[in-house]
Design a protein around this ligand. Structure first.
Ligand SMILES: O=C(O)CCCC[C@@H]1SC[C@@H]2NC(=O)N[C@@H]21
Length: 249
């Protein structure tokens, strides 16, 4: 098991509305980055306003920090967090060929959704006043099917796919350690090594995928992720850089 990384606070809560809401409440008085984990969330949320339910034993936590930099740079930490999630799973379950990263920030295992990330931030005059990285991982169970959007990637759990029972506490320790390593790399060398590492683990790179927003659909070959974190698709009409969408295979 890794050591808890130096400089990071840690709170373990029995129950909270959402660890993202708790992060926003704590942000104004934060003295350093802090992980807030809860055994139960009563109002967990996912991307695009979707509810996030975590059956007992799954992982729900938010890392809240006050990073320097422009909002677009700060937001690239979703890739930092995806890589950390990948490494935490490997550290706890061994090298798993079926792990991959789905743009913009899901972790897949054997093609099913294992984990999701939701970034929230608040602005300040000179950048971002705080960034919250909310992370949910299906350690033990998958959410019930009626909570799933049509066409969404089927959920899987770490237990069902690997047979390894990981506690949220152990997962947090590995995740925090892995996050710290990638955060240091990001702050020291910028996005490029993170982008390269992310692409090496990307799901469906080079394949035809569909990017869907609330008012558009774009089909094309997944070429790469650019220096701003945009999805780059080669379509019949040329190359398209997409800043935000859900992708479907
Ligand atoms: O895939 C998604 O839609 C993102 C899911 C993010 C869920 C986590 S659980 C911890 C944190 N608190 C929340 O309310 N949401 C995030």
């Amino acid at each position: 098991m890794s050591e808890w990384p130096e400089g990071y606070g840690r709170s373990l809560l029995e129950e909270v509305d959402s660890t993202l809401d708790e992060a926003a409440r704590r942000a104004p008085t934060l003295t350093g980055p802090e992980w807030i984990m809860a055994k139960r969330q009563t109002k967990g949320r996912g991307r695009r306003g979707r509810a996030w339910k975590e059956p007992k034993g799954n992982f729900a936590a938010t890392l809240v920090m006050r990073p320097d930099g422009a909002p677009e740079q700060v937001a690239l930490r979703s890739f930092v967090a995806s890589l950390a999630l990948h490494d935490a799973c490997v550290a706890l379950c061994g090298e798993t060929a079926g792990l991959s990263l789905k743009w913009p920030n899901d972790v897949l295992l054997n093609g099913g959704k294992l984990a999701g990330i939701l970034l929230e931030s608040a602005g300040a005059a000179d950048g971002v006043s705080h960034l919250s990285i909310g992370i949910g991982v299906n350690l033990i169970e998958t959410p019930m099917q009626e909570w799933l959007e049509p066409g969404a990637v089927w959920p899987v759990s770490l237990l069902s796919e690997t047979g390894v029972h990981v506690t949220p506490e152990d997962f947090l320790t590995e995740l925090a350690a892995a996050y710290d390593r990638y955060e240091t790399q990001f702050v020291t060398y910028g996005f490029e090594p993170i982008r390269t590492a992310w692409l090496a683990r990307a799901a469906r790179l080079g394949e035809v995928i569909m990017a869907r927003t609330s008012n558009s659909e774009t089909e094309g070959t997944f070429e790469t992720v650019d220096a701003s974190g945009n999805l780059v698709l080669k379509t019949a009409k040329g190359r398209v850089n997409i800043p935000a969408a859900d992708i479907f295979f």
